[in-house]
Ligand binder design. Structure first.
Ligand code: ADP
Ligand code: MG
Length: 339
């Protein structure tokens, strides 16, 4: 019997991997902005056109890349963030899988300009469906600018699957808000078409919340903070009266990474027990800090789900932090006396 198994060419392997990492323009937004944060940028600008369908561009003033690294960054499993297995347990970066740029480059037309501060000239790259079309020295600002054009242009089935512009833009704004909330010390800007949607100055978390959601939030916030040997919880919760009927303004971060967790959401909701009217959801932005050795981030390619060694202990700290926060405002239960 003849041997028939072959390794896939990189371009195909990358396209397959892209199916997991890049679902829509907002996925490119998340990956590019996380890279900018990991590159220690103090200012990050996101430009989108057509809800990201024709352009997602992220410009940062971070460390930039050498010519060789610029090229390497597009390879699959190529990363500067981990080197050995143990590094997974001491992670302090958003990225580590080394597959985002390779995946994005496999399903778009990508342009990169990057320059480390100590270099006079930077590197410019033009890539189409994983193929480098052009590489040349360019004069550019310190840092990195990556433009992702016409996402899925080479996979019509995926492109047709994208939702309407308002829906795709909502996903982008969600990602942008999460990252901007997690990093109030960084200046963030979002430009959609010709419109500046956000222009956020660096500051404190409370200022960032107001910058994103509006002045009306200022009076509605109660600070929460609680610490144990295992974890430190801090952030803000909205007062019970400020709760809304629609979900969406509940933000939970673990080591500054936005996560989804029904279990920890329940911890917050249980702290509000008896204070909320039916089916309403309190606003919250809660940060959980924990030694990375107690969590596993590598559960899913997009990293929005994580596993804790001791989820119940974290639950208890979150609940107690929130209880204290709302207790400290001497709130009376939202009992309907006319009922
Ligand atoms: P990961 O973030 O998991 O390492 P990526 O594919 O997102 O994988 O990026 C690959 C590598 O390219 C990163 O490890 C980093 O060294 C480099 N890189 C990507 N984006 C930037 C950026 N904006 N500034 C500096 N370096 C970057
Ligand atoms: Mg990355």
């Amino acid at each position: 019997m003849p041997d028939i198994i072959q390794l896939l060419p990189d371009s195909i392997a990358n396209q397959i991997a892209a199916g997991e990492v890049v679902q829509r323009p907002a996925s490119a937004v998340k990956e590019l902005m996380e890279n900018a944060i990991d590159a220690e940028a103090t200012s990050i600008k996101l430009i989108v056109k057509d809800a990201g369908k024709t352009l997602v561009q992220v410009i940062d003033n971070g460390k930039g890349m050498s010519e060789t690294d610029a090229r390497m960054s597009l390879e699959r499993h190529a990363t500067s963030k981990i080197r050995k297995t143990e590094d997974l347990f001491t992670l302090h970066t958003m990225g580590f899988r080394g597959e985002a740029l390779a995946s994005i480059a496999a399903v778009s037309q990508l342009e990169m300009r990057t320059r480390p501060a100590q270099q006079e000239l930077g590197t410019g790259l033009v890539v189409e469906a994983s193929e480098v079309k052009k590489q040349e020295p360019v004069a550019c600002e310190k840092g990195t600018s990556i433009s992702v054009k016409n996402l899925f242009y080479n996979i019509p089935a995926r492109r047709n699957f994208l939702k309407s512009n308002p829906v795709e833009l909502k996903h982008i704004i969600d990602e942008f808000q999460r990252l901007a909330l997690a990093h109030p010390e960084i200046a963030f800007m979002l430009v959609q078409g010709d419109e500046v949607v956000y222009d956020l100055q660096p500051g404190k978390l409370s200022q960032r919340i107001v910058g994103i959601f509006g002045k009306g939030y200022q009076e509605q916030l109660a600070a929460c903070q609680e610490e144990t040997n295992l974890t430190r919880v801090k952030g803000y919760v909205g007062k019970p009266d400020f709760a809304r009927k629609t979900r969406g303004e509940q933000f939970l971060f673990v080591n500054r990474r936005f996560i989804r967790s029904n279990y920890l959401h329940h911890a917050v909701m249980s702290a509000f027990e008896g204070l909320l009217t039916d089916n309403s959801f309190p606003f919250y932005v809660i940060f959980i800090e924990i030694d990375p050795k107690h969590i596993d981030v590598n559960v899913h390619p997009t990293k929005t789900e994580i596993k804790f060694d001791d989820e119940r202990a974290v639950y208890a700290v979150v609940r107690s932090a929130v209880r204290q926060a709302i207790g400290s405002h001497n709130l009376t239960p939202a009992i309907d006396f006319n009922a």
